[in-house]
Design a protein around this ligand. Structure first.
Ligand SMILES: Nc1nc2c(ncn2[C@@H]2O[C@H](COP(=O)(O)OP(=O)(O)O)[C@@H](O)[C@H]2O)c(=O)[nH]1
Ligand SMILES: [Mg+2]
Length: 365
């Protein structure tokens, strides 16, 4: 299953506008495919200049980009952790995604009502986080109660988890996101099983007015400082503008962006940030020169895991991988030249895939 990013935030901040723009962007970017799995889940193509460079070299019949899935999650309201609004449904959706993109309203528009009178993205982050933290506290308490019952005969078995959960509880009760709690690698797996909301990697998507582009103005600055302290990503864009420009001829859209001081669509920066957030890298395959494809893969994966993404038979019957780094292949100008220049290597099953590797898997079944 693909990794998913949940788009969350208060009502009327621009979540659906961003989601729909990501949909449209897929169609507009060189015919890259976008499919909607259900009205709230979409697959967005990740723009990658390396894919275009390879296409210019290989002239494939078809080009398939790497993808990221987005989920448009209903707006959160204060009290969600107690079931207010779509409370439980909202939190359940966040539980199912791998990372969170929190949309923050920094655009002014008297025609679009807002929950507060003043725009204050930091206060909005605090509102959402309070609900997420309350939900996490409830989850941890339930888990501790359960362990308490189960461990009567054998308290030692759960000692490590109990200590960790108590540390989490203290951290969350102190108003701190659990993703900022220092943990050991072994403890991470334990936390993963408990499925807490504030552990998930996070991106702040600051939806600014057109006047505040390209930097995003003071609101964006304060969010960036907040994000840096948390180790979160930030992207500032104007959702309305991004959505609107998709309907423009490419040249005119680019000229208008340039006037605003933007050198690329904000959606591209968002997609790249999402890719980093999910800790993904890209590898490429060119099957018989026919289909050139970019694949997303978790950082640190072996070449056998990469092969398994392409086809389970390739992982099962893996023999060796032929590997060339994308820049070396492009610089060489052809596979034959890359081989002559010694850039084409053979790697065994333990090889850890690098970002930009072009792979050809040798396998037998
Ligand atoms: N002026 C302005 N309006 C926006 C912007 N982004 C979204 N909107 C408008 O705000 C309203 C709510 O947007 P929507 O995406 O449905 O918000 P959601 O409730 O967070 O999903 C819509 O009328 C949008 O057109 C923006 O960047 N600038
Ligand atoms: Mg919406």
């Amino acid at each position: 299953m693909s990794l998913q990013i949940g788009i969350v935030g208060l009502p009327n901040v621009g979540k659906s506008t961003v989601f729909n723009a990501l949909t449209g962007a897929g169609a507009a970017v060189a015919g890259y495919p976008f499919t909607t799995i259900d009205p709230n889940v979409g697959v967005a193509a990740v723009p990658d200049v390396r894919l275009e460079q390879l296409a210019a070299l290989i002239h494939p019949r078809k080009v398939v980009p790497a993808t990221v899935e987005f989920v448009d999650i209903a707006g959160l309201v204060q009290g969600a952790s107690q079931g207010a609004g779509l409370g439980n449904q909202f939190l359940g959706h966040i539980r199912n995604v791998d990372a969170v993109a929190m949309v923050l309203r920094a655009f002014r528009d008297p025609d679009v009502p807002y929950v507060t009178e003043q725009l204050d993205p930091l206060a909005d982050i605090a509102t959402v986080d309070t609900e997420l933290l309350l939900a996490d506290v409830a989850t941890i308490e339930r888990r501790l109660d359960k362990i308490h019952l189960q461990s009567k005969g054998n308290p030692r078995q759960y000692a490590q988890e109990v200590t960790l959960l108590e540390r989490c509880l203290a951290h969350a009760n102190d108003g701190q996101l659990l993703r900022t709690l220092p943990v050991q690698p072994g403890e991470l797996a334990l936390l993963h099983d408990v499925n807490l909301l504030t552990v998930k990697p996070r991106l702040y998507l600051i939806n600014v007015g057109e006047d505040d582009l390209p930097e995003g103005g003071v609101a964006a600055q304060s969010v960036r400082r907040h994000a840096a302290a948390e180790g979160a990503e930030t992207v500032a864009l104007c959702a309305d503008l991004e959505a609107g420009l998709l309907a423009w001829p490419a040249g005119e859209a680019a000229a208008y962006r340039a006037e605003l001081g933007l050198h690329e669509p904000g959606l591209h920066a968002l997609l790249r940030a999402g890719f980093r957030l999910l800790d993904l890298l890209t590898f490429f395959t060119a099957t018989g020169g026919d289909v050139l494809r970019a694949w997303e893969l978790r950082r640190g994966s072996t070449v056998v895991e990469a092969a398994g993404k392409i086809h389970t038979d390739m992982a099962r019957g893996f023999i060796r991988a032929e590997v060339v780094a994308q820049p070396d292949l492009v610089a060489a100008g052809s596979v034959a030249h890359a081989r002559e220049q010694g850039h084409w290597r053979l790697e065994g099953r333990d090889y850890i895939v690098h970002d930009g590797d072009v792979l050809h898997i040798r396998f037998a079944v």
